[in-house]
Structures are given as structure tokens and as C-alpha cells.
Design a protein around this ligand. Structure first.
Ligand code: NDP
Length: 400
């Protein structure tokens, strides 16, 4: 049916690429283009014998718009799926504009020198994408991603208005290391060491990092401590879902993770301010990334499950209603299927489905859109087919 160029070949990309190769009916061809070509070639060697999707590989520096344009013009993909880092979002969007190619990503743009992620930079491309007649689908991972699809689905089928959303992201997996992050350490640590925030009555309320803690008993996992974080989908969901009074995001962390993080913070290792070391400028957080385990190597060691979903409260036919939509994913099952742990899996599968929605024309409108602005039904259907089945609960325990 079409061709997709995937940029990046890390943990998330590897899962998306496995899934594209399982879905050859839609993905006739893929190009894996990343900074380190040997990783792309290794994946091609592993997957090509068992798929009819034709795999090509290329080296690309996604910070360089001209290089990207040249590569896109030579391969002519229908969609570019950006699975590099948030820093590359704008250069890849520029290249998509120049070549009139649809764009999909899983994380919003973040400037390298400020750990502050928000949509304003990417939303500024709305008119340009409309005029070019192409789609940018923002945030097609799990959170953001499936959480937005869940919200659109709840709005469409279960509520007249949704007043409260709590997004609960629980990772009950254990990799056996005292400290490791389960996706890109730099992005992960920037996210969790930032101040927390949530939206109430249309305004952001800021908290100290990890200031708000709750305990929740997750189906499939059990009781876990979870902490309120700032998360990018809060910004778009508060605008796109009718009737929102408050929206919050919680993620579970174990005590060992938090103690290590505090210590690293206290000694300055999580800083993104460059320092001079032996005559060379280094960024402490980037150095820390280099000494931590590669998230891609956690797959074989991680046991347990993730449970990620949204609790909605609102009104239907004048009555109060609560509704919980979630997915449970097993780290070891993911590893058996695609050689990755569940965090990469729960992001890589929706990334493939997002690209698929655009390639099949099921989602087809020119401009820059967050995922909840599309019809959730075809996406929900594909989640069940491609390994992330969802469950619903009409009487969930609420978070106070
Ligand atoms: P990884 O660090 O494992 O992979 C990133 C990949 O991008 C690597 O292959 C890296 O190349 C490549 N890359 C980095 N910079 C460039 C560049 N300038 N040019 C070309 N390639 C580049 O990260 P993850 O797979 O863990 O995460 C990928 C994305 O997914 C991130 O944006 C992350 O924020 C997002 N994410 C989203 C989630 C969601 O639920 N929405 C959840 C988890 C992650 P090299 O191999 O050379 O290092």
C-alpha cells in the first residue's frame, strides 16, 4: 500500500519496525534511517528474511534539514515516522514540508538547552502544513498517544462531557539493576526531574518535582506509589476534550529509583548546563546517559507488567459517570515477540498504527493535529490486533 521512512533506530523504533514488517499489507517498503547505520543494517538483516516488506537503510543526521530533504526525495515515502529524539522534531517537520510528505512522531519538540516541552513550536506549523496539503500527527506513542485516543474514544462513546481525567502510567517491571531508565535516559531524567504540573480550570498549577504522591492498586500489577508529573498530553487534551475541569498525570516509581535520582541530582549529574572537563565541554546528563545501561538492553532482564490508562469522570445523559480505559502489557511477552521490553513496545506499536492510519487514508486531514483530534475507532480496533488490547472498567477506584 505504501512506503514509510522511519527516522531513528533505538528502542522504540526497533519495535515499530518489527510491527511494520508484520504488517506488510500496509507497509510495502520501509526505510530505516538513523545516525548509526550499523544498527539499521543489523535490524534489516534480522527482519528481512521473514517479511515481504522491503527494507532499505540509510545514514542520516536528522538535525540537518538538507540531508533529510535529499533522503526523502530519493526514497519518496508516503509518511515519515520520527522515532529519533524530541530535539529533531522541527528539522524533520521542515523536511516534510519541503517534500510534501506526511509526518508522525511520539514526543513533542524540546529545545536542547531548556528541559521544557510544550506544543507551541509544533503548533506554529499548522498553517504551513494545511497549505502544503499534508498531515502532521503529533504524539502517536502510548502517553502521549494511546491516552489521547482513549480520551477521544471515551468522549465519543461514553460521555456528553468529561470533567476530570487522571492518566495513570504504571510500570511494574523489574530489570534487576539498582538504577536504569526504561527509555532514553536523557529524555527520561529531564522529564522526571522537572517540576510537576497539572491543569485545573484552564490554568496550569505547578508543583515541586515528586511533591504529590498517591498509592494505587493496578490490575495485573498490584499496589504502587505514583507521583504527579508534568506531561505533554495534558496541554492538548485540556483544549481538545469538551468540559475538562482538571487533568493530571501520574507515573509510578520505586523507592530505589527515586533515591538514586535524588543523589544524582544532588551531585549535579542530572544538569543540562554544560561544564568544562579536561578542556572539553560536556553536559553532565549526557555523560550520565553514557554510563547508564542502554534501555534497549533491558529487554531480556525485565519481568512484570505495565498498566497504562485513563480514568474519566464526567456526565452522560445528565448523570455522573466514571470510566477507566487501560492496557496491561507483559515485559517478557514483548521480549519474546520483538526482543524489547514493554516500554518500547507500548510506544512502538502505536507509532506503527499512527503511520498506518495515515497511509491507509483512515486519518486524512491537512494540518498539524494531536492524536485525539482524529476518529479514535479505527485506531482502537488496531490496538487490539497489534498487541495492545484495551480493557474497560465502569466502576474504578478513583484517585483523590
Ligand atoms: P533511543 O535513544 O533508544 O533512540 C533514539 C534513536 O534516534 C537512536 O537510534 C539515535 O541514534 C537516533 N538519533 C538521535 N539523534 C539523531 C540524529 N540527530 N539523527 C539521526 N538519528 C538520531 O530513544 P527511544 O527509542 O527510547 O525513544 C525514541 C523517542 O520516543 C523519543 O523521542 C522519546 O521521547 C519517545 N518516547 C515516547 C513515548 C510515548 O509514550 N509517547 C514513550 C517512550 C519514548 P544512535 O543509535 O546513533 O544513538
Amino acid at each position: 500500500m505504501g512506503k514509510c521512512m522511519i527516522i531513528g533506530c533505538g528502542g522504540v523504533a526497533s519495535v515499530a519496525i518489527h510491527k511494520c514488517c508484520q504488517n506488510s499489507e500496509v507497509f510495502d517498503g520501509i526505510m530505516i534511517a538513523s545516525r548509526t547505520k550499523s544498527k539499521c543494517d543489523a535490524l534489516k538483516d534480522k527482519l528481512q528474511p521473514n517479511t515481504s516488506t522491503v527494507i532499505e537503510t540509510a545514514q542520516v543526521n536528522a538535525d540537518n534539514v538538507d540531508e533529510l530533504i535529499e533522503l526523502i526525495n530519493s526514497y519518496k515515502p508516503d509518511v515519515v515516522l520520527n522515532l529519533a529524539l524530541p530535539y529533531q522534531d522541527l528539522t524533520i517537520m521542515d523536511a516534510c514540508l519541503a517534500t510534501k510528505t506526511h509526518y508522525v512522531d511520539t514526543a513533542n519538540y524540546e529545545p536542547l538547552d531548556t528541559a521544557k516541552f510544550e506544543y507551541k513550536w509544533q503548533w506554529a506549523y499548522r498553517e504551513k502544513f494545511e497549505q502544503a496539503g499534508i498531515t502532521a500527527l503529533l504524539g502517536s506513542g502510548f502517553d502521549p498517544g494511546v491516552t489521547g485516543v482513549f480520551s477521544a474514544y471515551a468522549m465519543k462513546h461514553e460521555f456528553d462531557e468529561i470533567n476530570y481525567i487522571d492518566i495513570l502510567d504504571c510500570n511494574g517491571g523489574d530489570h534487576g539493576y539498582p538504577f536504569a531508565t526504561n527509555f532514553n535516559p536523557e529524555i527520561n531524567i529531564r522529564e522526571v526531574s522537572a517540576k510537576g504540573s497539572y491543569i485545573e480550570d484552564g490554568k496550569w498549577v505547578e508543583t515541586e518535582p515528586m511533591e504529590i504522591k498517591r498509592v494505587y492498586n493496578f490490575k495485573g500489577v498490584g499496589e504502587k506509589d505514583m507521583y504527579l508529573l508534568h506531561h505533554e498530553e495534558l496541554e492538548s487534551l485540556a483544549l481538545n476534550i469538551k468540559g475538562i475541569k482538571r487533568i493530571r498525570f501520574f507515573m509510578t516509581f520505586g523507592q530505589s529509583y527515586l533515591t538514586h535520582l535524588k543523589c544524582l541530582e544532588n551531585v549535579g549529574m542530572t544538569s543540562i548546563e554544560p561544564i568544562m572537563y579536561e578542556g572539553k565541554e560536556i553536559v553532565p546528563l549526557q555523560f550520565l546517559k553514557a554510563v547508564l545501561p542502554d534501555p534497549a538492553s533491558l529487554g531480556p532482564r525485565t519481568i512484570g507488567k505495565t498498566n497504562i490508562g485513563c480514568i474519566f469522570r464526567g456526565k452522560k445523559d445528565g448523570k455522573d459517570k466514571t470510566y477507566y480505559l487501560y492496557n496491561i502489557c507483559d515485559h517478557q511477552e514483548c521480549y519474546k515477540e520483538v526482543g524489547s521490553q514493554a516500554i518500547s513496545y507500548t510506544t512502538g506499536v502505536p507509532a506503527m498504527i499512527g503511520a498506518m492510519m495515515i497511509m491507509t487514508g483512515k486519518w486524512n486531514k491537512a494540518g498539524v493535529y494531536n492524536i485525539e483530534e482524529f476518529d479514535p475507532d479505527p485506531f482502537m480496533e488496531e490496538l487490539n490486533k497489534w498487541g495492545l488490547p484495551w480493557e474497560e472498567d465502569f466502576n474504578p477506584v478513583l484517585v483523590d
